[in-house]
Design a protein around this ligand. Structure first.
Ligand SMILES: CC(C)(COP(=O)(O)OP(=O)(O)OC[C@H]1O[C@@H](n2cnc3c(N)ncnc32)[C@H](O)[C@@H]1OP(=O)(O)O)[C@@H](O)C(=O)NCCC(=O)NCCS
Length: 136
């Protein structure tokens, strides 16, 4: 298993993975759209775990103030074998190289069971209410 940058040929596998483990019917989270938009901005913060095929993803962002972690996803089969951790750590290293001082991420309230995963990686729940607004 290796963590490597996303390649265009990964698109089909990543869409299938996200549809399976990150189901979300919101139009702004449509996988093909999200991938296309990410490739247009900081595509080098988009990594996959490759084990004779894509078995995991992480997508990051850095706006000069905070780093953000998105789309942490691992196929059901190799879970609890360190793939998710390796993906997040690779993104953290890429963000640190850019001078990022702090990383944020969001966990949906219904998905709180993954909080221990992030806590093990050093993240902590903060007293912040996350807000959002769609622009179109
Ligand atoms: C969350 C997720 C990415 C973890 O991937 P993974 O490859 O299984 O994670 P790791 O093997 O690196 O786990 C490292 C540690 O995190 C903790 N952990 C991982 N998944 C956990 C879970 N479901 N419940 C509690 N602790 C968990 C464990 O301490 C684990 O170490 P251990 O296996 O030695 O006990 C994976 O379960 C997943 O894709 N879930 C569905 C998508 C999702 O919800 N993504 C997060 C969106 S915010």
């Amino acid at each position: 298993m290796q963590i490597r940058p996303y390649q265009d040929s990964d698109e089909r596998a990543v869409i299938a993975l996200w549809n399976e483990v990150l189901p979300d019917s919101a139009p702004h989270n449509d996988p093909a759209t999200a991938i296309r938009k990410k490739l247009a901005v900081e595509r080098d913060l988009f990594f996959v775990a490759d084990d004779d095929g894509v078995v995991g993803t992480v997508m990051g962002g850095y706006d000069g103030h905070r780093g953000w972690v998105y789309a942490v996803a691992v196929t059901p089969l190799p879970r609890r074998h360190g793939v998710g951790s390796a993906l997040v750590r690779r993104l953290e290293a890429a963000l640190a190289e850019r001078g990022c001082l702090k990383i944020n991420l969001q966990v949906r309230a219904w998905n709180a069971e993954v909080i221990p995963f992030y806590e093990k990686l050093g993240y902590s729940v903060e007293k912040i209410v996350s807000m959002g607004k769609r622009l179109y």
